[in-house]
Design a protein. Structure first.
Length: 661
């Protein structure tokens, strides 16, 4: 059984850097590497120029001087502080990878409010989910992840928890959660929940007690700060909320400011306070005793903040639209807090099997990700890094076409940097992002091919795939037309902020609609009848009719995207090579073409994708290879149709050595 105890790193591996250090030393540092890669990505550049010897030899002092020619901002001291706080470098590991269950599993994310409604109130619930477990088993997924189902005023899709040990009334009951856990396990499936502990709802009893007695024990559960007597109107620092506006809310009743990195009703918990950590550990254990298999951990990399909460750097704030992030996206005590969580809750001494820790970690790159998940580190198992979700120099609310060639290069580079200690997640969608098909190419004629291509990519690649509900149906963005159709707090706040800044309502709406989280939150279309088989009532968020793309219709069509996903899942489950085999990319430099071998023992696969909307000539594939699954009928051996995907296999008896050329 895979069971590792924590090996604490004592030796500083990364040198301490200062202004006389050279740029290449900065880039050799795991934090420096991720920071530079991110800055270059933001500007739409590749990282190749860093290899240039002249550039690499530049001293940071010179970089500082040069940057001051263009901007008054000097990033160097801020970045040096970030780098020097990280003494460790990732260790690649040696020997074979451990084959833990979560490396073999395909995860399926459920947004329960929009999955299935069992009582006609228009809100998806646990009863509805229980009714559809056979469908999920039939699809072939191994582990469900449910976004929050806890008691909550629901101002942020349940990510504002009022009581971690109770179920939201409209969602169902604790007994149903127990039944769900049991029913999943009876089907050989697992289930994880969402742990939202960077913040609580302001209706949580801890916050209520803090308000009642800010100097009592609960006052220190949050960041409650007195006003500056010189300037009482000014918040304690310049940090901004991810959902627009300052990250501080004034509480007149106690004359203090409170920190909220998300909505004003989501105050951040103060993890410096050991009682907060004890509370989190207790509630995790409580859920583990009920039988869940782990947690997806919401913005878990935000839990440690730089002591003193200093101002964020203006330039970083301008670039990522959220000032202050450098003081919490990879905070000074993050590793320590994660290890404590693992040691005391997820994997305590004597545990039969560790509980899974999947961190949602916005802003974390490949190397810092390895430091958070390495098998020798005793921290997280997996992370969601989001660097691949926008291509070029775009950010989420830009209206642009996502370039799949970018994802190819990202993935090839990412895979090449992983050792046997490392493992990655594979995903395109979740409840916070628009549908990937719409981002890549919204032209309806490509919808089915693209749906199959994205599924083929995720399910034949090495890593742990996370599918989001509806992705297996080739779900696309909604043609929303007005603000009234939206529900999401991020969208509504963004609209308001834009309009307040002088943007016209029409333009603000257009921007919000590009990437509203509501695109992925509309009800699951089970059939083409009224209410889409989701509800007999009025859905809480309405999706448009979408003929041909419901579960029932696709179930009947052998060439549907749904059936393609089912086949992919079956093939992956039956094949160690598709799960663990090496990824051997061919013609990596050829733009628009993504092809790779997966090989292990006596099995070999070949995946071929056309990432573009034009036909693509391809070399002939070895005649001994069998085309096991393809997106198109009567494939042309010499060319791939737009967005065509193919999966070939060699049988065990074939001579695997003669196939490469
Ligand atoms: O969608 C985003 C803002 O543009 C992301 O930055 C997102 O807010 C971030 O990934 C954190 O998301 C998670 O925590 C939020 C919650 O609203 C999201 O639904 C959740 O996935 C606060 O709990
Ligand atoms: Ca309901």
């Amino acid at each position: 059984m895979a069971h590792y105890r924590i090996r604490r790193t004592r030796r500083r591996v990364n040198p301490v850097l200062d202004e006389s250090s050279r740029l290449r030393e900065f880039y050799a540092h795991p934090v420096g590497r991720d920071v530079i890669d991110k800055l270059l990505h933001q500007q739409g550049h590749s990282n190749r120029w860093v290899d240039n010897p002249v550039v690499g030899r530049l001293r940071l002092r010179t970089v500082s001087r040069l940057s001051r020619l263009f901007t008054r901002h000097d990033l160097v001291p801020t970045l040096l502080a970030l780098l020097n706080a990280e003494p460790d470098a990732p260790e690649p590991g040696s020997g074979p990878r451990e084959t833990t269950w979560w490396k073999e599993a395909v995860f399926y994310q459920i947004f329960p409010r929009s999955f299935a409604d069992s009582n006609g109130d228009g809100i998806g619930d646990l009863g509805g989910l229980l009714d559809h477990l056979d469908d999920l088993q039939g699809l072939g997924v191994d582990c469900l992840w449910l976004t929050p189902i806890y008691d909550s005023p629901n101002e942020d899709g349940g990510y504002d928890v009022r009581d971690y040990r109770a179920v939201m009334t409209e969602m169902g009951t604790l007994d149903q959660v127990d039944a769900l856990i049991a029913e999943c396990h009876a089907r050989g499936m697992r289930i994880i929940l969402d742990l939202v502990v960077n913040h609580t709802s302001d209706q949580h009893v801890w916050f209520q007690r803090a308000l009642a007695d800010p100097d009592g024990p609960y006052g220190d559960y949050y960041f409650l700060l007195p006003p500056d007597p010189e300037d009482p109107e000014r918040p304690p620092n310049n940090w901004r909320s991810a959902f627009s506006g300052p990250a501080w809310r004034w509480l007149p009743e106690i004359q203090r400011w409170v920190l909220h990195l998300f909505a004003p009703s989501q105050p951040d918990l103060n993890w410096e306070n050991h009682r907060v950590r004890d509370e989190v550990i207790d509630l995790c254990r409580w859920w583990f005793d009920r039988g869940i298999d782990g947690f997806r951990m919401d913005v878990i990399n935000f839990i440690s903040k730089t002591p003193g909460l200093p101002d964020g750097h203006d330039l970083i704030g301008d670039m990522v639209e959220v000032a202050g992030v450098e003081h919490y996206f990879y905070g000074p005590r993050l590793h320590e807090f994660l290890r404590e969580l693992r040691d005391r809750a997820f994997d305590p001494p004597g545990a039969r099997e560790p509980k899974l820790m999947v961190g949602e970690t916005p802003g974390v790159g490949v190397e810092t990700g390895r430091l958070l998940t390495g098998a020798d580190r005793g921290e997280l198992d997996l992370i969601f890094s989001f660097d691949h979700l926008e291509s070029g120099s775009h950010s989420r609310y830009d209206d642009y076409r996502y370039d799949l060639e970018f994802y190819k290069r990202y993935l090839v580079d990412y895979q090449s940097r992983l050792g046997s200690n490392d493992w990655l997640t594979l995903f395109f969608e979740n409840h916070d992002n628009p549908r990937m098909i719409s981002k890549v190419n919204p032209d309806p004629q490509h919808r089915v091919a693209l749906g199959k291509l994205l599924g083929t990519l995720l399910l034949t690649m090495r890593g742990t795939p996370f599918l989001y509900q509806g992705q297996e149906l080739a779900a696309v963005n909604q043609p929303f037309e007005s603000l009234e159709e939206l529900q999401d707090v991020e969208s509504l706040n963004r609209f308001r902020t834009l309009v307040e800044a002088g943007v016209s309502e029409a333009e603000a709406l257009g921007q919000v609609l590009t990437s509203s989280r509501d695109h992925s939150r509309i009800p699951m279309p089970w059939d083409s009848g009224p209410g889409a088989g989701f509800t007999t009532g009025t859905p809480w968020l309405a999706g448009r009719e979408d003929p041909g793309f419901s579960v029932a219709e696709q179930d009947r069509d052998p060439r549907s995207v749904l059936n393609h996903y089912r086949r992919l899942l079956r093939l992956r489950h039956a094949s160690p090579a598709l799960r663990f085999g090496e990824v051997d990319v061919v013609d990596a430099e050829r733009s628009g073409y993504f092809a790779w071998f997966r090989t292990a023992d006596h099995e070999r696969w070949f995946v071929q994708l056309n990432l573009t909307d034009a036909p693509l000539e391809v070399p002939a594939v070895d005649a001994a290879a069998e085309l096991v699954l393809g997106s198109h009928e009567s494939p042309d051996p010499a060319a791939l149709a737009p967005y065509e995907s193919r999966l070939y296999r060699w049988r065990a008896t074939d001579n695997l050595d003669s196939q490469r050329d």
